[in-house]
Design a protein around this ligand. Structure first.
Ligand code: ASP
Length: 343
């Protein structure tokens, strides 16, 4: 079998990585990605063919939303068969949300889709953008017998490759901006690119990829804190059309046992609102029933988010609510790992 050069598509959505300083105004602006190869001549040295597409109006990722997630999915769908791997350039602020959402929206994906970005623009002298971009392209190009080695949606930042739906942005200043507390790194970049093959997702290569584009935004994310009032919670649960809530609880999934609180949740569940319990802790898992302060949640039918990140849980909720899933199956499906998001 001859080894053809892999075809890689760069998809630029916006973010610091693709910005250059306008020397007249001093402000950062998106640069034309068609000129990418001219701006970063190192890309010519990579053993792959690179093409690029860009959002018409690149955005700061703080403006990201599910409509843009659909746009990214459509771009991936339009180019899926012509390319062996994809690198999505995205602002780091909401990258974990987008990358998690895309992992759910692509069912039976068998190609590398690597999200990356940077803390400093690509034209900055001390930029982290070049290493992040070059290594992401190399990772997307890794093949064995013309088949990609990475077959999942992942996120590369500062020498580490993570499973996308396990990541969280943890630092606004350090180059090491992301972490994956509940799942090991998929690869590390040092003198050698070391892939941890045992931890990679191994999808069934015979299944056909499907692109899901229906997301339901009628969800809410509530972080508990000591003293949260009944009024505040009640008003959230009375939101018109609300269909699902991610509840960030304490420790292993614990919350207050006050009767007004449990009754409020129970009423919402009876009304058909799905409530998911995830932990506020960076690492570890929800274990409902481990303490008295979580056993009531289990008995009223709260869904366990297990060791899912908040980013994965909220995007999975929008994705599953967008599918036609029978109410009685929703809890079981949510608690099942669909794309390696649960241990
Ligand atoms: N605010 C920027 C964004 O998320 C920061 C970055 O690109 O890292 O788009």
């Amino acid at each position: 079998m001859t080894n053809a050069r892999p075809n890689i598509l760069l998809l630029y959505t916006g973010g610091t990585i693709g910005m250059v300083k306008d020397f007249k105004t001093g402000a950062l602006r998106a640069f034309d990605f068609k000129n990418l190869l001219e701006k970063i001549p190192e890309l010519n040295l990579l053993d792959c063919n690179i093409n690029s597409v860009s959002f018409e109006d690149p955005i700061d990722s703080s403006n990201m939303n599910p409509e843009y997630w659909v746009q990214i999915t459509e771009l991936l769908e339009a180019h899926y068969n012509q390319f062996d791997g994809f690198v999505v350039l995205h602002g780091s602020d909401t990258m974990s949300y987008t990358a998690s959402a895309i992992s759910f929206m692509l069912e039976n994906n068998t190609k590398p889709i690597v999200f990356t970005g940077s803390q400093l623009p690509i034209g900055h002298l001390r930029t982290d953008a070049k290493e992040n971009l070059i290594t992401s392209i190399q990772i997307a190009s890794l093949q064995h017998n013309n088949i990609p080695i990475i077959k999942e949606v992942c996120l590369y930042f500062e020498y580490k490759l993570y499973r996308a739906n396990r990541t969280t942005k943890i630092n606004a200043e350090h180059f090491e901006a992301f972490a994956s507390f509940n799942y090991p790194d998929l690869a590390e970049s040092g003198v050698h690119l070391k892939v941890n093959h045992d931890y990679l997702l191994k999808p069934n290569l015979k299944e056909k990829v499907q692109f899901h584009k229906h997301l339901d935004k009628n969800v809410a994310l509530i972080k508990l804190y000591p003293g949260i009032s009944e009024h505040v919670l009640q008003s959230i649960f009375e939101t018109p059309h609300l269909r699902g809530v991610i509840l960030e609880t304490y420790g292993a999934g614990n919350c207050t046992t006050e009767s007004w609180f449990v009754e409020l949740l129970e009423k919402a569940i009876i009304k058909g609102i799905h409530i998911v319990n995830v932990t506020q802790c960076s690492g570890g898992s929800v274990i409902m029933g481990h303490y008295e302060t979580s056993s009531q949640l289990r008995s009223i039918g709260v869904i366990s988010g297990k060791d899912m990140t908040t980013e994965a849980a909220i995007s999975k909720l929008m994705y599953l609510l967008g599918q036609k899933i029978a109410t009685e199956d929703f809890k079981t499906i949510f608690e099942t790992s669909l794309r390696g998001e649960i241990s």
